[in-house]
Ligand binder design. Structure first.
Ligand SMILES: C[S@@+](CC[C@H](N)C(=O)[O-])C[C@H]1O[C@@H](n2cnc3c(N)ncnc32)[C@H](O)[C@@H]1O
Length: 240
């Protein structure tokens, strides 16, 4: 994968994640310096689902982001379009529902989830706004959306160091530990070009979500955006 691959053709993207699937979680832990567990806890708290509720974990990959929901008694559905990632997940957690599906054309009925979440996945989707609209469609009115994604550190000297770290250190580390180091070059590039916290908030609003707010984690390396599906959608008001 190279710079051009930031265009993220869906079949290439799925194949890339099929490739990294076996070592995905361990490499993730190393590259994020062990922070991922804490970030995941915060996502689960932000969703605030209770046992018995049905939650969509979109772009769930190997299901690492879905596990804390299942462990809390929540009926989590792990959806991803990389069959390689889903297979690794299903082997590890046979109790979780893993469903193959494209974020931009979800195989679920309208209003069928109490909440929807996506961790470190929206950035990889070719048309992220379409995925946000699909998540809106499948979430019940009043239901929550939680998006965890790499973002932009807020302290500018740190932002510079971090960008250097990402662009220079990550690919050589990945070459030593990862089976497909190009995937991590892509990772660094895609984080750099991703919208900042306020711009992502605007995307959520444009996609029909309301009460949009976010929280920075680890100085803005990650941002967790929250929003709610309106109780009444614009289309349900009679036109006059
Ligand atoms: C970095 S992984 C994140 C996995 C998991 N959520 C986590 O937190 O560890 C990103 C995932 O997004 C998936 N993905 C990218 N585009 C997608 C799409 N259009 N539909 C479904 N999944 C997609 C990839 O297959 C990959 O498994």
């Amino acid at each position: 994968m190279n710079r051009a691959s930031l265009e993220k053709r869906p079949e290439e993207m799925a194949a890339m994640f099929d490739d990294v699937a076996p070592k995905y979680d361990i490499v993730n832990d190393i590259l994020s310096l062990g922070q991922t567990r804490r970030w995941r806890r915060i996502v689960v708290d932000a969703v605030g689902a209770v046992p018995g509720q049905r939650v969509l974990d979109l772009a769930a990959g190997t299901g690492t982001s879905s596990e804390p929901f299942a462990d809390a008694g929540v009926d989590v559905v792990a959806c991803d379009f990389s069959v390689g990632m889903l297979k690794v997940g299903k082997r590890r957690r046979p109790d979780i529902d893993f469903i193959a599906g494209d974020a931009t054309n979800l195989p679920f009925a309208d209003n069928s989830f109490d909440a929807s979440t996506i961790s470190f996945g929206l950035r990889n989707v070719m048309d992220p706004k379409k995925a946000l609209r699909e998540m809106l469609r499948v979430t019940k009115p009043g239901g929550k959306l939680v998006v965890a994604e790499f973002s932009h550190p807020t302290f500018s000297p740190f932002r510079t160091v971090y960008t250097e770290y990402l662009m220079r250190a990550l690919p050589p580390i990945a070459k030593k530990v990862a089976s497909n180091p190009d995937a991590y070059v892509y990772l660094a590039e895609s984080i750099r070009v991703w919208p900042n916290q306020d711009n992502l908030s605007a995307w959520l609003t444009e996609s029909g979500w309301e009460n949009v707010a976010y929280r920075n984690l680890s100085g803005g390396i990650v941002a967790v955006h929250r929003a709610v599906k309106p109780l009444q959608s614009a289309e349900s008001f009679p036109a006059n």
